[in-house]
Design a protein around this ligand. Sequence first.
Ligand code: AHR
Length: 329
Amino acid sequence: MLRRLSIAVAGGLLLASAVAGCGDSSDSGSGDGGGGGDKITLGFSQVGAESGWRTANTKSIQESAQSSGIDLKFSDAQGKQENQIKAIRNFITQRVDVIAFSPVVESGWGTVLKEAKDAGIPVILTDRAIDDPDTSLYKTFIGSDFVEEGKKAGDWLVKEYEGKSDPVNIVELQGSPGAAPANDRKSGFADVIKNETKFKVVASQTGQFTRTDGKAVMETFLKSQPKIDVLYAHNDDMGLGAIEAIEAAGKKPGTDIKIITVDAVKDGMTALSEGKINFIVECSPLLGPQLMDLVKKAKAGETIPQRVLTEEGTFTPEQAKEALPSRKY
Ligand code: AHR
């Protein structure tokens, strides 16, 4: 009976998502669904599949849910906030035990999160923060400090050009507009380099966190900017797309144009080890195991910290060579 109910609930969710245009939605579990049985039901709304980082993050969440015995209802927002809002409302209707999501953008979550709160369903923010001042709308936020990541990128640049006075022209590939990592990586970086007048960001545009857009925008930068010394890309994928554009323009990435990126996924680390990227700031996508612990605690009504910070490092080409053989993503 419960099994039949589970199938009906999952089917209903899929149908609702399809009608609402919410993109992929899947139920990985064989649990009771709807928060009705012993198994915890987690509704998770993912940003999309824009980058290698995101693919690794999705895998981590799906695998960890399975190994933790959590029934995961997974919905892919395909980069659209309206899809995430619809998915969250579906999760509320289904009465899942806990809702987690990685917000596409920072703003505009107050109404739907208030609905979840009124329904008594705890919400966990993963990977990205929101800018709503009402922190009672969610139990905790697990993820990186993106401002710090931007600062690490800026610190490397300052050191790299230490003692030199010639102007350094920088082009910047921003992440998707309004997303916390795009806003914060930009501001953290700007905060560090503003102290030295030789650093000048001559062009800054979104590359949507994708390889395709990173390549296309870099092509326009190369055409419009007479001198580019440095590329700062808010993720590896955009940096990798830009490398293709730089090579097609007959320049040597990493030498003619120095490149800094964020994430440290395998493809980025490979380019770093080959000298095509000069420095990578790490951002870990492996949030699944910690998220499942928090889900269990939230369901049990235990007190959990309001902020769970991910520990991360940075990589030079030498460090990338060492790390690559055991890199999981
Ligand atoms: O929110 C994390 C960011 O989103 C990653 O750095 C980027 O690759 C992804 O798309």
